[in-house]
Design a protein around this ligand. Structure first.
Ligand SMILES: Cc1cc2nc3c(=O)[nH]c(=O)nc-3n(C[C@H](O)[C@H](O)[C@H](O)COP(=O)(O)OP(=O)(O)OC[C@H]3O[C@@H](n4cnc5c(N)ncnc54)[C@H](O)[C@@H]3O)c2cc1C
Length: 456
């Protein structure tokens, strides 16, 4: 069957929308968050129901169309779109059902973290998501998922209780500790390799008191402050989450005008529970900041904290997992951070440790449990920029310069780095994932991801 007739067949059986290149909606429907990615699928199947997803997958498989699966569309390398294939856009599948007794949420694959957080907040509960409201629950959870609450409650994947999975053969199976435990193991960090998740059951946590916000410092003070954070971070309890970032100062009233758009050091700070004021005092009192915006807040507010930095844009993300912050690392990132290629660039150290380290490296597919930080090196620039190469080089140069500090990688922040990057991320879990891939997706139908081909 030719793709054209396959798509016609899909149109006949579909509850959702099938968007074709000639449709007015095509141009926006084909785009993903990273505007550097410019692919043209044969069609975008906007699935509203499980039956839609089953039908779209069957048509793609029978017609030999490449399959791209989309949740929130935030994959940095743009894996949720394809040139010439079929996008299964699960964005419309936004059902959320909260079970108060079990403290869990059943979550559709199109739900964004901000939506789940808002639904759970009504019951005094919170999911363990990422740092940004607009990111999809699906991709972030399947890849690991480090967020504001991770040191307290683990990675997002550690909070996955069960999943309903559409497999490459077209069956829907359940994965949990009791059912298909091998698949359950692989979904927690294995990305989209093993199947299409149609529903996630996620653990929720009671989060009442929260102290959070941002401290901002002049770059001249950054070396001393970062050294202090390195020391403080090693001893801090799991309730504390401090993420240092070098970024362009916003044109906000609390920033002196001469610093607008210039690199500064920001500490994104969060304390989960009561007792945050004395616990954060050594941090807040160490050096007078340009601004101290830390105060009582809610998890919903924190989820929107980075909204201004999170709009769709051309982007280059490079990252490492590594140990504690060292003097060498501080010198390298400050030297580079002082010379950004664009005001949109960002160097961020996301803390791990705490509950993320309490899980054994082979207990889930997410391997590098000993990491203390994830170093993110991000360059972003306007779509109209005619010389993106210098921004990409800026990120790649710092990535290479910080390689000596690195102990590994994780797939949510991996660029399209091929086999070496993927093997680095999965470490000792790679062989087991490849075996699972042979069982659940022997033809590698789901290969638009940080791909682990089936064991040969
Ligand atoms: C602005 C921004 C902020 C971020 N913040 C964080 C953060 O705080 N912490 C963190 O850990 N990561 C963060 N990330 C990285 C993020 O976790 C990954 O980009 C993640 O893959 C995004 O998930 P998505 O569903 O939005 O993306 P998509 O692009 O839709 O999907 C990503 C991958 O998952 C697969 N996939 C999607 N849905 C399904 C499904 N239902 N079943 C099977 N496979 C599926 C896709 O095929 C693709 O390979 C951020 C990314 C961005 C752009």
């Amino acid at each position: 069957m030719y793709p054209d007739s396959a798509l016609r067949k899909l149109l006949e059986s579909f509850d959702g929308e099938v968007i074709l290149p000639e449709d007015a909606a095509y141009e926006s429907a084909r785009r993903v968050w990273n505007r550097r990615v410019d692919r043209k699928p044969a069609a975008i199947a906007r699935c509203h129901t499980r039956a839609d997803a089953v039908a779209a997958l069957a048509v793609a498989r029978d017609a030999g169309l490449e399959v791209a699966v989309r949740g929130g569309g935030h994959s940095f390398p743009g894996f949720s779109t394809t040139d010439g294939g079929l996008v299964l856009d699960l964005g419309p599948m936004k059902r959320i059902v909260i079970d108060l007794l079990e403290r869990t949420a059943k979550v559709g694959p199109g739900v964004r973290w901000g939506e789940l957080t808002a639904a759970a907040a009504g019951y005094g509960l919170a999911p363990v998501g990422g740092h940004v409201a607009d990111v999809g629950v699906a991709g972030l959870t399947l890849g690991g998922g480090n967020g504001w609450l991770a040191r307290m409650y683990g990675l997002a994947c550690d909070n996955l209780v069960a999943a309903d999975v559409l497999t490459a053969s077209g069956e829907i199976v359940r994965a949990s500790a009791a059912e298909n435990p091998d698949l359950y193991w692989g979904l927690r960090g294995g990305g989209g390799n093993l199947g299409i998740v149609l529903e996630f059951t996620l653990r929720l946590h009671p989060v009442a008191d929260l102290l959070g916000g941002m401290l901002m410092y002049r770059l001249e003070d950054a070396r001393d402050v970062l050294r202090h954070v390195a020391d403080y971070g090693q001893k801090a309890p799991d309730e504390v989450n401090v993420a240092p970032a070098i970024l362009a100062a916003p044109p906000a009233p609390f920033v002196p005008e001469e610093l607008h758009g210039k690199p500064v050091l920001a500490l994104a700070v969060c304390y989960v529970g009561a007792g945050g004021v004395p616990e954060l005092a050594p941090l807040r009192e160490f050096r007078k900041p340009l601004a101290d915006l830390v105060g009582p807040t809610t998890f919903e507010v924190l989820q929107h904290f980075f909204d201004a930095q999170a709009a769709p844009t051309p982007y280059r993300m490079r990252a490492h997992l590594g140990g504690p912050i060292t003097d060498e690392l501080i010198d390298t990132i400050l030297d580079h951070g002082a010379r950004p290629s664009s005001p949109g660039n960002l160097i961020l150290l996301l803390p791990m440790g705490g509950a993320t380290a309490a899980v054994a490296p082979d207990a889930t597919a997410f391997h590098h449990r000993d990491a203390a930080y994830c170093l993110e090196i991000a360059a972003s620039w306007p779509e109209t920029d005619e010389d993106p190469r210098r921004h990409i080089d800026w990120a790649d140069t710092l990535w290479s310069a910080t390689l000596p500090w690195s102990t590994g990688a994780e797939i949510n922040h991996l660029a399209d780095e091929g086999r070496d990057g993927i093997r680095r991320a999965y470490g000792g879990n790679y062989a087991r994932l490849a075996e699972l891939k042979r069982k659940w997706d022997p033809a590698n139908l789901f290969h638009l991801n940080q791909n682990v081909p089936p064991a040969g």
